[in-house]
Write a new protein. Structure first.
Ligand code: PEP
Ligand code: MN
Length: 287
């Protein structure tokens, strides 16, 4: 099936993000982490709770998403919360729980690093380092994470243009680290009445033209509402995303953060079944 929007044949003129730009490499880059490849023509699904809360919560969720076909476990140990009084994450203990879940399930781990002082600690545990939306333009942090040599998942700043986002990716690439994933997670617009953010799916085909880097879509933060997540996850696959990042919890109603946008393990299992059908139809099977 060739209905996924793909790359135009003509070369694009030089861009300020000279290493990230489409012509800098032949074709689309594949970022390989352990036994998982992003950008190789499969759809990779990353899933897990917003935050690591307890051993029981994490292991139950990890086992379930693994059984449904996810390849990467997400979960924040260091959480960037709007209020300093909200749950800030378990820190090092959370990282240890992620490592335990990885050892048991074989899932890779993606987790956020918020501050330069914590880069070495988080890099000891994570397979992929996540830079959150609020830190997309923390250029020193980008240079520090790049220097670990670990793959970096760079979330789009919620007020950032695509050009600014690609220039932030360029900070990582310019350090000699070429394993960068771009994650669209919704931007802030004038209309937040029914959704937390506006998931910018335009960004997917635009990025495909502008850059060789693999593209991730996060419909959880992109909508802020669990009931909208399956539809927008399907839309993200249809528009050509290489991977999805989805919040899943064994008991969403009890989640300490982002419960309203979090799928239950049962809803996630049903979504994965749908995505397998859709990915197969589009020629981009779920990995
Ligand atoms: C998250 O993935 O839980 C997160 C905090 O995302 P963002 O940085 O996109 O808000
Ligand atoms: Mn979250």
């Amino acid at each position: 099936m060739a209905i996924v929007v793909d790359v135009p044949a003509q070369p694009i003129p030089p861009r300020p993000y000279r290493l990230a730009q489409r012509g800098a490499r032949p074709g689309v880059s594949t970022v390989t982490v352990g036994d998982v490849s992003f950008g190789d023509g499969h759809t990779v699904v990353m899933a897990g709770p917003c935050a690591v809360e307890s051993r029981d919560q994490l292991l139950r969720t990890a086992r379930a998403i693994r059984a449904s076909g996810a390849r990467v476990l997400r979960g924040g140990a260091f959480k960037p919360r709007t209020s300093p009084y909200d749950f800030q994450g378990l820190g090092r203990e959370g990282l240890e729980l992620l490592a335990e879940a990885r050892a048991e399930t074989g899932l890779l781990v993606v987790t956020e690093v918020m501050d330069s002082s914590e880069v070495d600690l988080v890099a000891t545990y994570a397979d992929i380092l996540q830079i959150g939306s609020r830190n997309m333009s923390a250029f020193r942090l980008l240079q520090h994470v790049a220097a670990t040599g670990k793959p970096i998942m760079l979330k789009r700043g919620y007020q950032a243009t695509i050009r600014e986002w690609l220039l932030s990716a360029e900070y990582v690439l310019a350090q000699g680290n070429d394993r960068v994933l771009l994650c669209e997670r919704g931007i802030r617009t004038f209309d937040a009445e029914f959704t937390r953010n506006t998931l910018d799916l335009n960004a997917v085909p635009v990025l495909r033209q502008e850059t060789h880097l693999p593209i991730v879509v996060d419909p959880s933060h992109g909508t802020g509402r669990a009931e909208l997540v399956p539809t927008m996850a399907r839309a993200a696959v249809a528009v050509g995303a290489d991977a999805l990042l989805i919040e899943v919890h064994c008991d969403p109603a009890a989640a300490l953060s982002d419960g309203q946008q979090t799928l239950s393990t049962e809803a996630f299992a049903a979504l994965m079944e749908d995505l397998r059908g859709l990915g197969g139809y589009l020629g981009k099977p779920v990995a």
